[in-house]
Design a protein around this ligand. Structure first.
Ligand SMILES: Cc1cc2nc3c(=O)[nH]c(=O)nc-3n(C[C@H](O)[C@H](O)[C@H](O)COP(=O)(O)OP(=O)(O)OC[C@H]3O[C@@H](n4cnc5c(N)ncnc54)[C@H](O)[C@@H]3O)c2cc1C
Length: 409
């Protein structure tokens, strides 16, 4: 590929070597591990240690704290390159790691200096240390970014300041790394009288905070090496200085969400690339009807379609990630486009992959069905398909599509 800097090329190569030499052999040799019902036992610690060694665990953590800070003007594009490579090996592993990058960017931008000094070194020192970002609740998720900026759509999780502490009550669901993170960013309502864009605050919550319970690990159909969790807060007491943003936390979370959408699409692309790799290999070796599969024209056409969809996704992703790095006016729109388009296109790529493998495609020990399951997850992660499309239209037509559909005020 052209257009990569020396730094990007070197990082991609060391990441590719790690995936080819360590991740893929582990996944192929241990296909039962993702079904271990003990979440902590699924991924051996050596995998995250390996990610640490090649320097891809702490992207986004400032260099002064021992992290690997990327060239600012192309940071999001580099995130995309690395996220894709890791997801080519395993998208759950990629999920685990990218939360560290995304939350680190958020902390770098929003956390007071003393909290950065406390937490960044701990993230860097411990290869198993994970981060999580907790927004979704049983009664509200991606639709929060729709025009419904009204008190009744606000978060149910409430934070109240009392005696120099924040007391938080509520629950969060479907949280990436929610089961095993060491540090959480939690969003809560701090002013029920106003819309959620004005009344939501964010907090930094260490795992051992009194009142925080990790209620369960969700058993997902895909990306299973990332332990998705549910959290309950019962009179959880957070020190006053652990407040990150008061009031307009959702607006400030743009530093998390823009690169976040790009990274989602990039991980998703990595799954598609792996689908293509295994399928291209299979159809050139597997014989049916006296000929290798690719010689049957219907098979060849499907392969062409897979490749075309992947390239179209890559092109949009490249454009959207460059827009984020340039802080372009249409960056928000393009991020949502890249995220949703990728999820639908790669699902089709995964379907071709599954079908071209015939019966082998649905056998657990063969390994191809895992890609199909992993691809399905992306339709739901970081906003559903429909909500993402509504966000695209809202950003393009804020005065009409962007207005609350309820009764006129
Ligand atoms: C693997 C995984 C990881 C995740 N990680 C995180 C995380 O780290 N942090 C976090 O905060 N969240 C996380 N989520 C949550 C994710 O963002 C939500 O699942 C997603 O936003 C959808 O919300 P929901 O599941 O509540 O679906 P719902 O909002 O209940 O949606 C159900 C259906 O209704 C539609 N719908 C909902 N509201 C509207 C509306 N107002 N208008 C029209 N249609 C509507 C949706 O499009 C969808 O088809 C994760 C989810 C998954 C699956």
């Amino acid at each position: 590929m052209t257009g990569l800097s020396e730094e990007q090329r070197m990082m991609r190569q060391s990441c590719r070597d790690f995936v080819d030499d360590v991740v893929i052999p582990f996944i192929r040799g241990n296909w039962q591990r993702e079904w271990d019902m003990r979440p902590a036992a699924r991924l051996p610690p050596e995998i995250l240690e390996g990610a640490q060694k090649v320097g891809i665990r702490t992207l986004g953590v400032p260099e002064e704290f021992g992290g690997l800070e990327l060239e600012k003007g192309t940071e999001t594009q580099t995130f995309a390159i690395i996220a894709e490579e890791i997801a080519r090996g395993d998208s759950g592993l990629s999920d685990k790691l990218v939360q560290i990058w995304k939350v680190s960017v958020l902390l770098r931008n929003l956390a007071p200096r003393h909290l950065q000094e406390r937490w960044f070194p701990r993230i860097v020192e411990d290869p198993q240390f994970l981060l999580a970002h907790c927004l979704t609740e049983p009664r509200g998720a991606s639709d929060r970014w729709l025009p419904y900026n009204v008190p009744e759509a606000a978060m149910q999780t409430r934070a109240v300041k009392r005696n120099g502490e924040w007391v938080i009550n509520g629950r969060k669901q479907f949280i990436s790394n929610g089961y095993d993170a060491g540090l959480y960013v939690v969003y809560a309502n701090t002013n029920p009288a106003v819309g959620m864009m004005q009344g939501t605050s964010s907090f930094l919550v260490p795992r051992d905070t009194p009142g925080l319970t990790v209620a369960r690990c969700n058993e997902t159909i895909g990306c299973r090496f990332m332990n998705n969790g549910e959290l309950v807060f019962e009179d959880m007491r957070v020190p006053e200085d652990h407040l990150l943003v008061e009031g307009d936390a959702l607006g400030k979370a743009g530093v998390y969400f823009r690169p976040g959408k790009i990274i989602q699409a990039a991980k998703n692309l990595g799954v598609g690339v792996r689908c293509f790799e295994v399928t291209a290999d299979y159809v050139q070796n597997y014989v049916q009807g006296g000929r290798i599969l690719i010689k049957h024209q219907a098979v060849a056409l499907r392969l062409a379609e897979m490749a075309t969809r992947i390239e179209a996704v890559r092109a949009l992703l490249g454009r959207a990630s460059a827009a984020v790095d340039a802080d372009a006016g249409d960056a928000d729109t393009l991020c949502n486009m890249a995220k949703v388009y990728t999820s639908e296109e790669i699902m089709k790529v995964a379907q071709h992959c599954l079908e071209l493998h015939g019966g082998n495609g649905v056998m657990l020990d063969f390994g191809v069905e895992k890609l199909f399951r992993d691809a399905a997850i992306f339709l739901h992660m970081d906003a559903t398909v429909d909500i993402s499309k509504m966000k695209i239209v809202k950003s393009m037509f804020p005065h009409t599509a962007g207005k609350y559909a309820g009764p006129e005020a």
